[in-house]
Design a protein around this ligand. Structure first.
Ligand code: IYR
Length: 224
């Protein structure tokens, strides 16, 4: 790759310290209102909102700026129901077929998850996120991507944040294995399914588990 042209950093905005403190606190409050939701309404969400949130996710820092993600956005009822059926086959094997070790089932117990995934059909959008382990060159060769899992993980986090900021709810769903998504969505071999993000409005009277997040001393160590 030839070296890029360099331009002055014009987009950076410093905040006066007071405003910085306020901004950090206010964003913390915004993020504390985010909950993973498992009951979705079928109310439609405009495609343009999803596109803007995807563009926000696409600003994520990533390995060598290869942007190794592909978002397949499914609103089609037929495809959603096929994804649901295929995912539920995997989930039945996981929960009921002895695939999940008992310690894993024990760890999930308090969240009340099970093999039924109606939200895959009911939510207006499923964003199936693929990680591109490599790119195909025109002559049929392969170009390797770097830090693919880290890059796609960061972009996914930013997507979840953007959707929450827009007033929507999400569920990160990871049927395992997920290879069926390549066949169902016609994606090539260099794309590895990363997760399904279920997106929409919460169902009326949606319930969430009463769980807490760790306090600062349990998640951070300061060495000053
Ligand atoms: N994929 C399963 C199991 C599952 C696993 C974890 I780790 C979770 O935090 C939640 C669910 C499912 O979607 O039910």
């Amino acid at each position: 790759m030839p070296r890029a042209d360099f331009v002055p950093l014009q987009t950076y905005q410093e905040l006066p310290e007071e405003e910085m403190r306020r901004a950090a606190k206010s964003f913390l409050e915004t993020m504390r209102r985010r909950r993973t939701v498992r009951e979705f309404s079928d109310r439609p969400v405009p495609r343009e909102v999803i596109e803007d949130c995807l563009l926000a996710a696409g600003t994520a820092p990533n390995g060598a700026n290869r942007q190794p993600w592909r978002f397949v956005v499914v609103g089609d009822a037929g495809i959603k129901s096929r994804i649901r059926r295929a995912a539920e086959v995997e989930e039945v094997a996981f929960y009921k077929g002895g695939k999940a070790p008992q310690d894993w089932l024990d760890a999930l117990e308090h969240l009340g998850t099970d093999e039924h995934k109606p939200f895959l059909q009911e939510a207006p959008w499923l964003i199936v996120i693929f990680a591109e382990s490599y790119e195909r060159t025109d002559d049929g060769g392969k170009t390797k991507n770097y830090y693919v899992t880290e890059s796609v993980g960061i972009a996914t986090g930013m997507l979840i944040t953007a959707l929450h900021h827009a007033g929507l709810v999400t569920l990160t769903h990871t049927p395992s294995p997920m290879k069926f998504l390549n066949d169902l969505l016609g994606r090539p071999d260099n794309e590895r399914p990363f997760l399904i993000l279920v997106v929409g409005y919460p169902g009326e009277d949606a319930m969430v588990p009463d769980i807490t997040k760790k306090p600062i001393e349990d998640i951070a160590v300061f060495i000053e």
